[in-house]
Design a protein around this ligand. Structure first.
Ligand SMILES: NC(=O)c1ccc[n+]([C@@H]2O[C@H](COP(=O)([O-])OP(=O)(O)OC[C@H]3O[C@@H](n4cnc5c(N)ncnc54)[C@H](O)[C@@H]3O)[C@@H](O)[C@H]2O)c1
Length: 363
């Protein structure tokens, strides 16, 4: 079992990573929580695969378990689903000394974390992430929340879990397109912070992505979590350094928005956004062409089609300006000076941003 400590003073917590460990979740809950009642929030797809093993492991350790199911998918990451979960928790007399456990991808993790942060002004929260995005990224760092009809993730909190429990074996049931969407975030961690990790992914790409070598997948998840934990330790609430985690997200979010959140998975839009940000970095001559080629070659292996023909340039800039990361009308872009080295710039002319976007349309 790999154990990574997320160092946030009194809010510090461990991340456990081991393939095939899901049936030992009870043991790890016992180590980290001294109450007795657990509400496991999951979606209907993940429930079919994994709720029985989780429930059994928890009841074997004498926890009293309530399984709460939500429908799967981004469109259910809403306040009305949160409210229906409050109803169940209240009906079942859950009290402040209970724990909420998320069992699922980033949608379930963000939503269950928001429930935990707000129910009775905060109850303990643990995460069992089951997608690659959730294992390598969203379960770490404490951002929890839901979408509003006018925009994604507009309602939320920073709320750290008591622990995160990762079993990479569960990725075997994940559709390959979802695995690729997660690979995008893993590659992002190499690009923003660690050239040798990027090299590891370049060399082992097929082994990792095909899930043929779980040891390599474990390493990819562990290193992604480590990098995120290092950044979050310095800037928990995104007042500075944490913004580098948004590499590819400014244009990626605009692409999601322009395509009504229907055409691309989040990770796919971020892949396109990272290629555009790389191209902008190359264009303004802060990133060497050969480094850009490495970025582009690796990201293109994820095989994402850009079907953005209907978008015009004005729509793109307007979509970017709607992003919550825009400050005083200035577009903050995370760019690359090298593989593993970012810079944040708010002085990139709109026409250069459009050229970066057009690059992904053409290529
Ligand atoms: N909090 C953060 O820091 C952060 C960071 C990145 C992304 N996010 C959020 O994460 C969400 C995207 O997460 P996601 O891609 O995990 O989406 P998701 O939770 O919707 O999962 C994707 C699909 O995979 C299914 N699934 C999950 N695990 C499975 C498994 N092991 N086997 C088979 N099917 C499985 C789910 O039912 C769902 O249909 C977005 O809402 C995004 O805003 C949050």
């Amino acid at each position: 079992m790999e154990i990574l400590n997320v160092d946030l003073k009194e809010r510090s917590y461990p991340i456990y990573i081991e393939s095939g460990s899901l049936n030992r979740i009870g043991e790890y809950l016992e180590k980290n929580y001294n109450g007795k009642r657990a509400a496991v929030i999951t979606d209907s797809i993940v429930k079919n695969y994994y709720s029985a093993v989780v429930e059994k492991s928890l009841s074997d350790k004498s926890f009293e378990v309530e399984l709460i199911e939500m429908p799967p998918g981004e469109k259910f990451k809403t306040l009305s689903v949160v409210e229906s979960i409050y109803d169940k928790l209240i009906e079942k007399n859950f009290s402040r000394d209970s724990v909420i456990i998320s069992l699922g991808g980033g949608v379930v993790g963000d939503l269950a974390g928001f429930v935990a942060a707000t129910f009775l002004r905060g109850v303990k929260f643990a995460q069992i992430p089951t997608t690659l995005i959730a294992q390598a990224d969203s379960s770490v760092g404490g951002k929890v929340g839901v979408n509003h009809r006018l925009g994604k993730n507009l309602i939320g909190a920073f709320y750290q879990p008591i622990f995160v429990f990762i079993d990479p074996e569960v990725l075997n049931t994940l559709p390959p397109r979802e695995v690729d969407a997660g690979m995008s975030e893993v590659i992002k961690y190499g690009l923003i912070k660690d050239e040798s990790f990027f090299g590891f992914i370049e060399e082992n790409f097929e082994d990792i992505r095909s899930l043929n070598n779980m040891q390599k997948m474990e390493h990819a998840i562990l290193r992604s979590c480590e990098i995120k934990a290092e950044v979050v330790k310095i800037d928990e609430k995104e007042s500075g350094l944490r913004r580098i985690l948004n590499f590819g997200h400014t244009i990626g979010h605009a692409i999601e928005n322009l395509t009504n959140y229907e055409l691309y998975l989040h990770g796919e839009a971020i892949t396109l956004g990272m290629i555009a940000a790389g191209e902008i970095s190359r264009k303004i001559k802060i990133l060497q062409s050969e480094k850009f080629s490495r970025l582009e070659n690796l990201l293109k292996k994820l095989n994402i089609k850009s079907n953005l023909k209907n978008s015009n340039e004005e729509n793109l800039i307007n979509a970017i300006l709607r992003d919550k990361k825009v400050k005083n009308g200035k577009i903050n872009l995370v760019l690359l000076e090298d593989i593993g080295k970012t810079v944040i710039r708010n002085d990139i002319p709109n026409n250069v941003i459009i050229e970066g976007f057009n690059y992904i349309l053409k290529n």
